[in-house]
Design a protein around this ligand. Structure first.
Ligand code: C2E
Ligand code: MG
Ligand code: MG
Length: 755
């Protein structure tokens, strides 16, 4: 640097220039140096900055690596413990990753799984399908969701929802979720829906749902049936106002919104109507009863469910019930119930118009015989034809009803206000009816002929009760029957009184045996020396109010009602018991007791056994018992009677023919009957001394019995003259007031002791 300065001083000009150049150079140098210094600093700063940045970057990288690791770890843990089964597999299905859930659910070890493909985990018959599905899936990056079933190591299957996606690295990521619960719930829901549908379709009511706009949401099978639709598709989604509730019953359309059902659907109010018109698919109307139930959800009206019944069936059923309740099923005529109703109406009409009406009771003669011989089917045909003929005989306002069996009742209205004229009018109708019913009938292959008996009673207003009128007409009808059938009779009050008395008597008679109101009276029978040889037992009814009632008053009724069975048996048993008592005493042991036996009693199939038992039970001697039969009994069925009599005679009992001469006394029978005695009826004895006819009859009877080798006894002997006459003619046994009236047992025994 010093040398440099010396050279400069030597050459000033040059120096100057040089100096200048030098100074300049110095300045430049300084400047450069400064600049150099500056840039060195900057460089240093830059370097520092760089270092700092580098450190930052490294720090960042470290942090990133750390967080990446963390996130990887998190992901790993997430996958590991994810509730879903997660697996990753290669494109060929080979499994490269599974999480713990897969192992847990399927029961394979991780190692086993890594040796398998995903397709090994689905049912064998589905593997091809899934392979196909995977090949499609592998062409896009979308997420694919499907329901599959995975097969566990133990063979069990688990329904799964698979979410699968193709990863950028070409592998397949899949996560499966167990949907067993969901499947069960779905199944249960489906079952319940099916049940509901079945239920809806099973009910007879039509049912449908509508929303607030009146749009149909569902219908049941009955709906389709009642309204003539074939498929729910024709209805669901359509406006019900347009389809079924658009008009009143008279076909005038409801203004929109006025239809009661539409209104009910919008208002959250239940609605019901007995009668509403719905319209069928074919445009015809059907009357229904409906109920509308609002559907409200979270306080909001969603619509309504409407149920309805086809009234047609109900009407038919009501009609059928009415028919059954008020009409006779066989003939279609009104029955008793409707008749009573009509009668009350007829009373009112009669009252209003002050005119007579008539009630006719009609009974077919011998209908039972037809029924028994030809069968009930043929009987029914006759009844139907009779019903038809009766209807054809009557005017419109008149009623003909069937009470049951072969009994019909006719009500005639608006007859004359004059009683005689009314009787004539009623009789004319009755004659017309009788003529119609008398015409021949063709009942299937049988030609038939029938007659009828009719009883008529007139009525005016409400003077008589319905029950009484029916009773009167019935009484008159019986009178017609009694008069020989095919007759018409008007009601007679006297006859009614007798009938009522009879009915009352019957009621009392039924309880008389239990109340021990019966007793036996004994009427002595004597021989020519007037010594008692026995007695006839005669039944007496000791009535608490009427006193002693004659058997003539009640025996026929007992016969009619069958009461004769227990009562007759009681007589037989009591007589036998008495015979047994008498056996103990020398004065009575030879007495014979005669017991009256009625026809019905004798006809009992076990009558012989009854007699036998009465004898055995009492210990009475059979030879002391005599049974009195009447001619009517004997003649009813001769062979049977003879057979029965023989059986009884075998027991040791004898027979007497009571009331002889009053019936069709026929010698032919008489000689065949195993009789011991003939009892001449008191009617012949009474006038025996004054009436030559009776005298002749008695004479003949006695002669006849002699010829036949029979004993004879005369009853009703009241006078010595009668006795003398009878004795003279050869009769040697007698019964009558001349010897004693029928008396009580005590009195009878006193009488015996006097003898
Ligand atoms: P019956 O068998 O011909 O009896 C004779 C009836 O003549 C009796 O009437 C008797 O009291 C009456 N009598 C007897 N002697 C005289 C007389 O001298 N003068 C008159 N005027 N009458 C006389 P009763 O007791 O009223 O019996 C009437 C009928 O009742 C009986 O006629 C008999 O057929 C029936 N009867 C009586 N008791 C029984 C019985 O236990 N069973 C059955 N099935 N019928 C009986
Ligand atoms: Mg008698
Ligand atoms: Mg008699």
């Amino acid at each position: 640097m010093q040398i440099f300065w010396n050279i400069s001083l030597l050459s000033l000009p040059v120096l100057t220039i040089t100096s200048l150049w030098l100074v300049g150079g110095i300045f430049v140098g300084l400047y450069i140096r400064r600049m150099r210094l500056r840039s060195a600093v900057a460089l240093e700063e830059l370097e520092l900055k760089h270092l700092r940045l580098q450190a930052d970057a490294e720090q960042q990288a470290r942090e990133m690596t750390h967080s990446l690791r963390e996130s990887e770890e998190r992901l790993r843990m997430t996958l590991k413990y994810a509730p879903d089964a997660v697996f990753i597999c290669k494109k060929d299905g080979r499994i490269v990753y599974v999480n713990d859930s897969v192992i847990e659910w399927l029961g394979y070890s991780r190692r086993e799984l890594y040796d398998m493909t995903a397709y090994d985990l689905v049912p064998r018959d589905w593997q091809a399908v899934y392979r196909q599905g995977a090949s499609v899936m592998l062409t896009d990056n979308e997420r694919h969701v499907m329901e599959i079933r995975l097969v566990k190591k133990d063979g069990g299957k688990i329904p799964m929802e698979l979410n699968a996606v193709l990863l950028p690295n070409g592998r397949i990521y899949g996560s499966c979720r167990d949907i067993t619960e969901r499947k069960l719930t779905q199944r249960a829901l489906q079952d319940s829906q099916e049940n509901l549908q079945r239920l809806l379709n099973g009910v007879a009511e039509g049912i449908y749902g509508v929303d607030t706009q009146g749009i149909c949401t569902f219908v049941n099978a009955a709906f389709l049936h009642i309204l003539g639709y074939e498929d729910t598709g024709e209805i669901v989604g359509k406006n019900m106002h347009d389809l079924i509730h658009y008009a009143h019953a008279d076909d005038t359309p409801y203004p929109l919104g006025e239809c009661p059902i539409d209104r009910g659907c919008r208002a959250a109010q239940p609605a019901h109507a007995d009668e509403e018109v719905f319209w069928r698919r074919d445009g015809t109307a059907v009357s229904v009863e409906y109920w509308s139930h609002p559907v409200v959800k979270d306080g909001r009206t969603m619509g309504a469910v409407v149920t309805f019944l086809d009234n047609t069936h109900r009407r038919q059923a009501e009609q059928e019930i009415h028919q059954l309740a008020f009409y006779d099923a066989l003939t279609g005529l009104p029955n008793r119930r409707l008749l009573l109703d009509r009668l009350n109406q007829a009373f009112a009409v009669s009252d209003r118009h002050n005119r007579y009406g008539a009630l006719m009771f009609l009974d077919l003669d011998h209908f039972k015989t037809l029924n028994d011989s030809r069968g009930h089917d043929v009987g029914d045909l006759l009844l139907i034809e009779v019903a038809r003929r009766l209807q054809s005989c009557l005017r419109d306002g008149d009623t003909v009803a069937r009470l049951g069996g072969d009994e019909f009742v006719i009500v005639l209205e608006m007859l004359s206000c004059d009683v005689n004229e009314a009787v004539t009018q009623a009789e004319q109708v009755a004659e017309k009816v009788r003529d119609a019913l008398n015409l021949p009938y063709q009942l299937n292959q049988y030609a038939h002929h029938t007659t009828s008996s009719m009883g008529i009673v007139l009525f005016r207003g409400h003077q008589e009760s319905v029950d009484n009128l029916l009773k009167y007409a019935d009484t008159a009808m019986y009178q017609a029957k009694a008069a020989g059938r095919n007759e018409i009779r008007f009601y007679d009050p006297e006859m009614q009184a007798a009938l009522e008395a009879r009915i009352e008597l019957e009621g009392e008679l039924r309880s008389a045996l239990d109340k021990r109101q019966f007793c036996l009276h004994y009427q002595v029978q004597v021989n020519s020396a007037r010594l008692p040889v026995g007695a006839e037992v005669l039944l007496r009814w000791e009535h608490p109010e009427r006193g002693l009632v004659s058997p003539l008053q009640f025996i026929p009724l007992c016969e009619e009602t069958g009461l004769i069975y227990p009562i007759g048996l009681w007589v037989l048993q009591t007589a036998c018991a008495q015979l047994n008592v008498w056996q103990g005493s020398a004065s009575t042991r030879d007495l014979v007791l005669a017991v009256n036996v009625s026809a019905r009693q004798f006809r009992q199939s076990d009558f012989v056994a009854q007699v036998q038992r009465a004898l055995v039970d009492s210990g009475a001697k059979a030879s002391r018992l005599k049974l009195e039969l009447t001619e009517s009994i004997v003649l009813e069925n001769v062979e049977d009677t003879i057979q029965k009599m023989r059986e009884i005679i075998m027991l040791g009992v004898s027979f007497s023919m009571d009331d002889f001469g009053t019936g069709y006394s026929s010698l032919q029978y008489l000689k065949r009957l195993p009789l011991d005695q003939i009892k001449i009826d008191q009617s012949f004895v009474r006038d025996i001394t004054s009436d030559p006819n009776d005298a002749a009859i008695v004479r003949t009877v006695i002669a006849m019995t002699e010829a036949l080798g029979l004993n004879v006894i005369a009853e009703g002997v009241e006078t010595e003259a009668q006795l003398a006459f009878l004795e003279l003619r050869g009769c040697n046994a007698f019964q009558g007031y001349l010897f004693s009236k029928p008396v009580s047992l005590d009195a009878f025994e006193t009488l015996l002791s006097k003898n």
